[in-house]
Design a protein around this ligand. Structure first.
Ligand code: SAH
Length: 232
C-alpha cells in the first residue's frame, strides 16, 4: 500500500468519489447544515472537512444510503462508525486552540475520523486492535490519496510510546479509566478527547498543564468499550 507522502486529504481527490441522490454532495451539505443548526458544529475548518469527505465510502455498502443521517452505522466486526455529531464535537474540541502537528487516534474503525484528522492535522498516527478494520481503513484512505497517516494494529491503551509525545490524542473507544500511558504521551498544553466508563459513558476533553489535567465534561455518549489486547 501507499507509503507515507505527507500529503493531507484534499478536496479535488474527494470530489472524484461524490455519488448521486443519497450519497451526493447536496445530501452531505444538508447534514452539515443540520449539525450547525443543532449546535454540534460551527463554521470553520471542521465543518469544511466534513463537507469535503465522502462519509458514504466508509460505511458498509448496505447502509450507504444512510451515510448522511446523524447516526452510527455498522462497519463489520460488531463495530460502528461514530455519529457525525460526535465526530464534529470531538474534532472541534481537539482543534479549538491551535493547529495540531502530531495527533494520535485510538480506534481507527472505518477510518472516517482518521480522514478528518488527515485533512486538518499535519501527521496522523492511528491505532486499531482489529487487523481487518485497520487494513480496510488503510485501503480507503489510500484510494483517497491521504498520505499523512501511519496505521498501527495494537492495543490503544498503551498508546505509541516510541512515537510520543503527541500534540493531541483522540479515542473512539471507551476505557474504564483514563489510561495513564496516554496522559504521559500528551505534550504539555496538548488536548485529548475521549469517552470514559461504561453505562453511562461520559465524553471528556482534557488539557495537560504540566503534571495536572484540566477536565471538561462534553456530554454523554455511546461508544464501544476499549478492549484489551489485539484481536486474533
Ligand atoms: N472513529 C471510528 C470509530 C470506530 S468504533 C469510526 O468512526 O469509524 C471504535 C473502534 O475502536 C473499533 O473499531 C474498535 O475495534 C476499536 N478499539 C476498541 N478497543 C481498542 C483498543 N484497545 N485499541 C485500539 N482500538 C480499539
Amino acid at each position: 500500500m501507499m507509503s507515507y507522502t505527507g500529503q493531507p486529504l484534499r478536496a479535488e481527490i474527494c470530489q472524484q468519489f461524490d455519488g448521486v441522490g443519497m450519497t451526493s454532495p447536496r445530501t452531505r451539505q444538508r447534514l452539515i447544515e443540520n449539525l450547525k443548526k443543532q449546535g454540534f458544529l460551527q463554521s470553520g475548518s471542521v465543518a469544511d472537512a466534513m463537507n469535503m469527505i465522502p462519509r458514504h465510502l466508509f460505511v458498509d455498502p448496505a447502509f450507504e444510503h444512510r451515510s448522511y443521517e446523524d447516526c452510527a452505522l455498522p462497519i463489520g466486526h460488531e463495530q460502528t462508525i461514530s455519529h457525525p455529531s460526535t465526530v464534529a464535537m470531538m474534532s472541534q474540541w481537539l482543534l479549538a486552540e491551535k493547529p495540531i502537528n502530531k495527533v494520535l487516534e485510538i480506534g481507527t474503525g472505518s477510518g472516517y475520523q482518521t480522514a478528518i484528522l488527515s485533512a486538518l492535522c499535519q501527521e496522523v498516527y492511528t491505532v486499531e486492535r482489529i487487523p481487518e478494520l485497520s487494513q480496510k481503513a488503510h485501503a480507503k484512505l489510500h484510494q483517497l490519496q491521504a498520505g499523512n497517516i501511519h496505521f498501527y494494529t495494537a492495543d490503544g491503551h498503551w498508546g505509541l510510546p516510541d512515537l510520543a509525545p503527541f500534540d493531541a490524542i483522540i479515542s473512539a473507544a471507551s476505557p474504564e479509566e483514563l489510561p495513564a500511558e496516554l496522559v504521559s504521551q500528551l505534550k504539555d498544553g496538548g488536548r485529548m478527547v475521549m469517552p470514559i466508563g461504561s453505562q453511562p459513558q461520559h465524553l471528556y476533553g482534557f488539557i495537560r498543564h504540566g503534571d495536572t489535567l484540566q477536565q471538561t465534561l462534553l456530554g454523554d455518549v455511546s461508544f464501544v468499550p476499549m478492549r484489551k489486547g489485539v484481536a486474533q
